[in-house]
Design a protein around this ligand. Structure first.
Ligand SMILES: [Zn+2]
Length: 165
């Protein structure tokens, strides 16, 4: 595994629609491993492939319940809404309020290419929406309702910044 550099806002790869992944090749498997390592090293709870400069539809997450890998994720159903604070590894030192669905059903494939269907709520649902947005070139700044001022330790759990610090 290797830690990859995280690209930041302004890089065109973050604005592109990422490509579907037709199958899990060795190269894709290595990318997934590297993305997980990069996410954990950065104390993030989610990371999308465009954030490491690769325009492919792959996301990795860990909201504290172990790693989740999704290839070609699609939101199959969503309900509820809630405004809360998010951060983004590609947008350092900023936290913004974003409205997201509170319950989510996502389909896709896992790291072995096996079809999966995930039910999510709370922080996991928020993080999934944030990461899937990255695959469509959408950043939290495109959805922000207001800037959140977080001077020191965030009191709320923040997408991509929920652990450590
Ligand atoms: Zn992000």
């Amino acid at each position: 595994m290797a830690k990859l550099p995280i690209v930041t806002v302004g890089d065109p790869v973050l604005e592109q629609t990422a490509e579907e992944v037709p199958r899990i090749t060795k190269k894709v498997a290595k990318l997934i491993d590297d993305m997980l390592e990069t996410m954990y090293e950065a104390n993030g709870i989610g990371l999308a492939a465009p954030q490491v400069g690769v325009s492919k539809r792959i996301i990795v997450l860990d909201v504290g319940e172990g790693p989740v890998v999704l290839v070609n994720p699609k939101i199959a159903a969503s309900s509820g809404e809630e405004i809360d604070v998010e951060g983004c590894l590609s947008i350092p030192e900023r936290w913004v309020y974003v409205k997201r669905a509170t319950e989510l059903e996502v389909t896709g494939r896992d790291e072995k290419g096996k079809p999966v269907r995930i039910q999510a709520d709370g922080l996991f649902a928020r993080a999934l929406q944030h990461e899937i947005d990255h695959l469509d070139g959408v950043l939290m700044l495109d959805r922000m309702i207001a800037e959140a001022e977080i001077i020191e330790e965030p009191e709320v759990e923040v997408a991509e910044l929920g652990k450590g610090e």
